[in-house]
Structures are given as C-alpha cells and as structure tokens.
Design a protein around this ligand. Structure first.
Ligand SMILES: *Cc1c(COP(=O)(O)O)cnc(C)c1O
Length: 393
C-alpha cells in the first residue's frame, strides 16, 4: 500500500468512527429560497431551522436593492478594502451601521467568523489573556486560541467564576479580553451583560460581545442586546454584529471607537488579506437595515410566536426552554433519540435539524427550533402537533 493510500484509509477510519456514533453529518439540499417553507427532497416543509429571524432573506425589496447594486457596481469588488475594493457603497453602509448601534465607527467583514477571529487576533498576542464563556460560538473560541494569548474558560454564564479567574491574574501587565455571545446560538439565553461590564471595569479588561443573534431581534428598533441608550462604547468596547441572520444578507461588522477600528484596519489579518464583499451586497444590506429599524411588527410577531410555542410545550409536558429568543432548543440528550424525533417531525411536515456534539456539549443533543417573523401562528400549532406525535411514538 502506498503512503497515499494509507492516508486515505486513515480518513475513512475516522469517518467510520463518526458514523458509528451517529455523528456523521450530511448536508440537506434545499430546493427553494429561504423562507417560512422550504423544499427539501421534493417536499415542501415548514422551516424551523434558519437564523433568518426577521424573515428578510428573500424580501423582494432587498433583492431589488441587490439588483440595482449589481447594475451600479457589477458583481465582484475586485480587491481587498485596502487595495481598490472599498467602494462608496461599503463606506456608506459602515456609516449607517455605526449610526444604528450609536457608536463612532463600524468596519465591515466578510463574515461573522472572520470578524471574531480577526478582531481577537488584532487585539491579543503572546502574554495577553482571554476569558471565554464555555458555550461561546466556535469563531470566538478559535479567535482566542489562534491569538496565542493565555486562554481561560468560564462555565456558562458563571460570572462569579469569571470574576475569580480575572482577579487572580489582574496584576499582570498585559491586555485582558473578556468575550461572550450576547445571545447564545444553541441555547438562546443571554449573557449576564451587566455583570460582565462590571467585572471588565473592575479588572481593567476589555469586553467583546458578539450579538449575532441579538441584533435585529432585541431592543428598540432592533439595536440588539447591547442597548446604546443603556451601555456606552466604554462599557462594551468591542461589539460584533452579523448580517447573515436578522439582516437576511451576508457579512458582519465590528463597531467601536475610532482607535479600535483604525487598529483593525492596520492589523486585522482577516480584514486586510481578503476580498471585500460585493458592493451590491452592501447596497442590499443598507436597504435591509432600514427595514430592520422600522418594521417593529417583525419583532412583535416573534415574541408572540415564542410565547405561544412555550405555552404549547408546557401543555405537552415537555421542558420549556429557558430562552425568550427565537431560538427555542428542546434538549433531548441522547443523539439517537434526537435524530429519530427530528425524522418524525420531518415526516409530519416540519423541518428541524438535530444538533449534535461537537456543536453542543456531549449528552445535550437537541432540536434547535427557531422562529422567524415569516411564520404564522398556525405554523406553531402545526409544529406542536408534530412534536406531540413525535414524542408519543
Ligand atoms: C452565526 C454566528 C457567527 C458567524 O457569523 P457568519 O457571518 O455566519 O460567519 C458568529 N457568532 C455567532 C454567535 C453566530 O451565531
């Protein structure tokens, strides 16, 4: 056997290992645009597995702005922001996003993943310290590891443990960064923002909040969990928002002080060494931002869907998720059972993708049910019926 063949055998063995633990992932092929319903395997299913919280991913007004953007700017941006890819459309969107979150500056990134890794790496290096919630998004964890700073976990939302970890190390002259999701992506609960801010202040640390699931959904006009009327840029120096979820487009931004943004432009490798997003996408996102800000009925609809769902879950005698966000996880635990409940839901017309380790901790496999403003109240009823059927099988 050649060395080459041995290498592939190795990979096959690892894949078989995943298969034997029901952890092998496959992609479902979607045959329609994102929305309340999607076509999968030739069947139309109610979609409870998207992050398109405000139902904007196929909004015709945003699509039209995208088309007009392409007519004006073409399809490709042609270069990175520091070469010739930073157009007036990108620049305008940055200014609009900064105004939206009421911060001095904002900077666009190609994705939330890139933004998180890029920001942490621009700020931290060998000898610095990073403190992360155990359930932080993978991009925040990866950013912390890649930075080569000393990495410290704290248990999920355990601000006491965080306080101890940080104070024990507070005499070291280095940069300290506390990092958390605003709304946790697989659980839907929120970080203890007031405590995080207090700890960061007491220990002279920086705080980075990734509001990927909060922006658009929470707060006045959808400004997110880091309410600019309550929290200053000093309280939360690094704010991350993503555009692929509530905004229905793609990309991400960092918002903060002038000095932070200029530092990122000089030092953030994920910003510097990558092609700027298409300008037309910036045009589409500008349109989307105006909709996010003004159509508050979308947030009201979400609240009512979630509260009806929770009432229904209670009457089915299932554990009610400790989440008031559109992310409503039903934690089942065992992976096999989770897969079979998801299959049953699908047979009954509801698309809910089961979430397994390593995306979530071992023994916490779950159905991550998400609602969007595109859903009708009757969709919740259909889901509850399907859940009732699945759980009595
Ligand atoms: C989705 C998500 C990201 C990644 O954003 P993309 O734009 O999809 O790369 C980052 N952080 C959190 C908390 C997320 O849920």
């Amino acid at each position: 056997m050649s060395k080459h063949e041995r290498g592939f055998r190795d990979l096959e063995a690892q894949l078989d290992e995943l298969r034997s633990h029901q952890l092998f992932r496959t992609r479902r092929i979607v045959e329609s645009p994102q929305g309340r319903e999607i076509d999968v395997n030739g069947r139309r299913l109610l979609n409870f597995s998207s992050n398109d919280y405000l139902g904007l991913a196929s909004d015709p007004r945003i699509a039209q702005a995208f088309h007009e953007g392409i007519r004006t700017w073409g399809t490709g941006s042609g270069a990175s922001h520091l070469i010739s890819g930073h157009t007036a459309a990108h620049h305008a969107l940055e200014e609009e996003l900064a105004d939206f979150v009421e911060r001095p500056r904002a900077l666009l990134y190609g994705s939330g993943y890139a933004a998180n890794v890029g920001v942490i790496n621009a700020l931290l290096s060998v000898g610095d310290q990073v403190f992360e919630d155990r359930l932080n998004h993978a991009s925040l964890l990866d950013g912390g590891w890649i930075s080569r700073a000393d990495f410290h976990w704290f248990e999920h939302r355990d601000v006491r443990q965080l306080q101890c970890l940080v104070s024990e190390r507070a005499d070291r002259p280095c940069r300290r960064l506390i990092v958390s999701d605003g709304v946790f992506s697989m659980d839907g609960d929120q970080c203890r923002l007031d405590d995080l801010i207090a700890i960061a202040r007491r220990t002279d640390s920086w705080l980075q909040i990734d509001d990927a699931h909060g922006i658009g959904v929470y707060g006045d006009h959808g400004k997110g969990t880091v309410d600019p009327k309550r929290y200053t840029t000093e309280d939360v120096p690094v704010l991350i928002g993503t555009l692929g979820k509530s905004f229905g487009t793609a990309g991400a931004f960092v918002a903060g002080e002038e000095a932070l943004i200029e530092t990122l432009i000089q030092r953030s490798r994920n910003y510097i060494f990558t092609t700027a997003m298409p300008a037309a996408l910036a045009c589409a996102t500008s349109r989307s931002l105006a909709i996010v800000e003004h159509e508050s009925w979308r947030r009201d609809r979400l609240k009512s869907l979630v509260s009806n769902f929770q009432e229904g879950v209670k009457s089915l005698n299932l554990p009610v998720p400790e989440s008031c966000s559109p992310i409503q996880p039903l934690v089942i635990g065992d992976t096999n059972t989770t897969l079979s409940v998801a299959r049953s839901l699908e047979e009954n017309g509801c698309f809910v993708v089961p979430i397994r380790p390593p995306t979530v901790p071992v023994d916490t496999s779950r159905l991550r049910i998400t609602f969007t403003a595109a859903h009708a109240e009757s969709d919740v009823d259909r889901l509850l019926e399907a859940l009732h059927t699945a759980c009595s099988e």
